[in-house]
Structure formats: C-alpha cells, structure tokens
Design a protein around this ligand. Structure first.
Ligand code: FAD
Length: 241
C-alpha cells in the first residue's frame, strides 16, 4: 500500500487550496491555485482526479482518488474552482468538509468524452447536484446563439447553487433520487420546442444515465452521437472512474 501511495504522490501534481466556501447546505466551492494551471491545456468538460487523504494510512486503496469536474478555470491567476456535494458521506465528502484554505491538494487532469460539443443547435442538460458544476461549465462555453433547455434536480431544491458568475440559467426541480418517470415527462414536453440538430447531456446518478440513454435511443430515436452521458456515482459502488 505504501508503494502505491508513493507512486500516486509522484503522479499527482501538488497544488494549494486557495479558498473554500459553502454554496448550499451540502455543497462546497473549493478554489485551487497552482502554477501548472496557467499553462493547462483545457477543454470545458475536463475533470480532475484528486488524491484524497494520501497521508492518511487508514484510507483504503479504492478510496485514494475521487473525480471532480472543473467548474471554472482562470488561467491568468492559475486557479480552478470545484463544486463538491457531500450527500455521499464517503471519503470524498469527508475530505471536502475538512479541508481548509492553505492545505495541499494533489490532482491529475482527466479528459474524457463528456466535454463541450458545439455541433448542435439546441441542447438539453439533465443532471443532479453532483453534475451541476460540470453542466454549468459546458453551458457557459456554448456560443450564445444556442438554445439550451435543462432539468437539474435535487431532493432539496435549495441545495442547487447559482453558477460561478452569479446567474441561474438552468431550470431547477425538487425531485427524489432516481426520478426517471418525472424526468421523462419533462423531456417529452421540452423536446417539442427544441429546434435544429439536438444534443442531450446527462450526468450524475448512473441509474438515470443508463435509463435515459435507452429512452432517447429507443423512444425518441436519437442517434448515439446526440446523447452524451457520464455516470458520476452509482448507488452500489464507491467512487467512479
Ligand atoms: C467524471 C466525474 C466528475 C465528477 N464531478 C463531481 C463534481 O464536480 N462534484 C461532485 O460533488 N461530485 C462529482 N463526482 C462524483 C465524485 O467523484 C464522488 O463519486 C462523490 O463525491 C462521492 O464520493 P465519496 O467518497 O464522498 O463517496 P463514495 O465513497 O464514493 O460513496 C459512498 C456512498 O455514497 C453514494 N453516493 C455517491 N455520490 C452520491 C450522490 N451524489 N448522492 C447520493 N449518494 C451518493 C455511493 O453510491 C455510495 O453508496 C464526479 C464523478 C465523476 C466520475
């Protein structure tokens, strides 16, 4: 275990937590500062693999790393903002609650496919609290002429926070976990008003990602290239990615 810990420590880049702020009852904004950020090659939708508790001997191997989306990047000042939900109560949530400005944070970049795609005319963003910052980042970077529709939900609507620029461009809903039927009935209304080439982004609960992927393909006959999904968490697994 010590060897893996040492390898991870070498692979992950050391940065510093610049600021921490509570965004809502269960979500924290964490601002990270580091020289590498100024020259980072970045596409909206990239995320970080953060080394959690590398110095804590009691943490198990599967809990060493957690993924967090880049909510905002300021290359001039060399900062990145993350927004982390703590409902999970796992090591990531504990680290988020306990970390403080001035602490070291270790991470590496991850690119993936859940990134900005400007090829459509209209977009539908669907996700829960864990995916809100990721979807904000994609939306903010779409050109202004794009039509953007949204279904962002949480068990407590007031936990859904505003975007980094203070705006609230998404439609927020109070829904229970895994609200497949409620989301589908909203989708049926929304797609009627979407024009031109369409793309849907679905992030967060893996059950919703899988079920809606099938719904868009089978019921709405959307092509797979129009459907972008990224499971952020799974009720029977710890961490993902
Ligand atoms: C590409 C990617 C980007 C991500 N970006 C973000 C981000 O920007 N912000 C963010 O908050 N999270 C994000 N996540 C999720 C994050 O990586 C962790 O999985 C999450 O924070 C839970 O970690 P944990 O250690 O606290 O709990 P874990 O130990 O992983 O899980 C403990 C338990 O909590 C459950 N659980 C996990 N997440 C939730 C949830 N949201 N609601 C209810 N139960 C949950 C699990 O199913 C498990 O039963 C992202 C995941 C991926 C794959």
């Amino acid at each position: 275990m010590g060897i893996i810990r040492n390898i991870l420590q070498r692979l992950l880049k050391e940065n510093t937590i610049e600021k921490k702020e509570k965004l809502s009852e269960s979500v924290y904004r964490i601002q990270v500062k580091g020289n590498g950020i100024k020259n980072a090659e970045f596409v909206p939708g990239y995320f970080l693999r953060v080394g959690i508790g590398l110095s804590d001997e009691s943490i198990a191997l599967q809990d060493f790393v957690r993924s967090y989306s880049v909510w905002n990047i300021d290359k001039e000042n060399g900062t990145i903002d993350l927004a982390i939900a703590t409902h999970s109560k796992g090591v990531g949530a504990k680290w988020t609650e306990e970390c403080q400005a001035g602490d070291k944070i270790y991470f590496t970049w991850k690119k993936g496919n859940f990134i900005l795609d400007e090829s459509a005319d209209s977009y539908l963003m669907i996700g829960d609290l864990s995916a809100l910052s990721h979807l904000y980042m994609i939306r903010r970077n779409l050109s202004k002429d794009k039509q953007v529709e949204s279904i962002l939900y949480s068990q407590h609507k007031d936990e859904l926070y505003t975007d980094i620029d203070g705006t609230t461009p998404f439609d927020f809903y109070e829904m229970p976990q895994n609200p497949y039927e409620s989301i589908v009935s909203k989708i049926k209304e929304i797609v009627l008003g979407m024009t031109g080439r369409k793309i849907v982004y679905i992030g967060g609960d893996s059950r919703i990602c899988v079920a809606l992927n099938q719904f868009f393909r089978r019921e709405l006959n959307w092509d797979t290239k129009q459907i972008k999904t990224k499971p952020f968490w799974n009720p029977v697994k710890k961490g993902l990615e």
